[in-house]
Design a protein around this ligand. Structure first.
Ligand code: GDP
Length: 295
């Protein structure tokens, strides 16, 4: 669907005679293609600007490698820089404590409930842990039912939350119930809204204070592109999130949101949602997303 960035860069550099070297002129043209590719992948404008500046500096300071064409050389620099910007290494999660507690936050529809169930399965399969699910979205009865259904499907216990209960109490009691049931990892599924609002943020901050979770994972829908940056920033300012789950990467989204969120909040992506099934969760690998963003 998208023309790959390497093809685009190759055609740019082919236009230049004596294309054996990188100079200010052809770098400028090459960077135009990089900029367009990033904007098409829905990376935030300011992030694109800073990024291309850095790539330009590196390109200018580059000794020409005989084995690479200028296009390949720019691609390599762009890829390296992007992998670095996305966090370089794959980041592990904090599993200290018994139970370890993970809190899912994000807008309604971003994939929190699904991701909570996916993580439960991930921890059981990959870490041999005993998960416990806590539905704390009391505003949408369907959200409680949804997590209960997923729990039954996975054979993972689910706290019997009820509409009308206080979300902070649900989370505290949920963690206690998990401990009593001998479970060692708790996934708290919190409420979301269509937009950020103060009341929701205060409620999340209260849950954080009461439960001191190991990690607060911000769940972002890859399809919302640019808007993800503002949303991530607000959640991070209020809650100091520890990482990000980028969902719906099985769709058309190129994943530019990943780069924007990481650049703006400095918080690492930890998991990627690749479908609606509970097994469709992958640990985040910066180099893979870098290639995807670049097309
Ligand atoms: P919540 O409101 O944040 O709890 O969002 P849900 O977990 O209910 O997810 C909203 C919708 O997105 C549901 O239809 C999910 O099946 C779907 N969904 C969640 N994660 C993914 C994903 O990684 N890929 C796809 N294709 N759909 C997803």
């Amino acid at each position: 669907m998208f023309e790959s960035l390497s093809d685009r860069l190759d055609s740019v550099f082919k236009k230049f005679k004596g294309q054996g070297r990188l100079d200010e002129n052809n770098i400028q043209q090459g960077l135009r293609e990089v900029r367009l590719a990033l904007l098409e992948a829905d990376v935030n404008f300011k992030v694109v600007k800073d990024f291309t500046e850095r790539v330009k500096e590196r390109c200018l300071g580059q000794d020409v490698q005989k084995s690479l064409t200028p296009g390949q050389q720019v691609i390599k620099i762009v890829n390296d820089e992007m992998t670095q910007l996305l966090g370089g290494e794959t980041q592990d999660v904090d599993l200290r404590g018994n139970p370890s507690v993970f809190m899912m936050v994000g807008l309604q529809g971003s994939g929190k409930t699904t991701s909570a169930a996916k993580l439960a399965l991930h921890f059981r399969r990959q870490r041999k842990m005993k998960p416990y699910l806590v539905p704390a979205d009391v505003y949408r009865p369907a959200a409680i039912d949804q997590l209960q259904t997923l729990g039954r499907q996975l054979d993972v216990p689910v706290f019997p939350s009820e509409v009308g209960m206080d979300p902070v109490d649900i989370c505290k009691q949920g963690i206690e119930a998990a401990r009593e049931a001998g479970c060692n990892v708790v996934l708290l599924d919190t409420a979301g809204r269509l937009q950020i609002d103060e009341k929701l943020m205060d409620e999340l901050a209260n849950i954080k204070d009461a439960c001191t979770p190991n990690e607060i994972l911000f769940v972002a829908d890859a399809m919302i592109g640019q808007e993800a940056v503002n949303v991530a920033k607000s959640f991070d300012e209020k809650l100091d999130i520890s990482g990000v789950i980028l969902t719906k990467m099985d769709g058309d989204a190129r994943g530019g949101a990943a780069l924007s969120i990481k650049s703006v909040t400095g918080k690492s992506l930890k998991f990627v949602g690749m479908g609606e099934k509970v097994s469709d969760l992958e640990v985040f690998h910066p180099d893979r997303i870098a290639s995807r963003i670049l097309g």
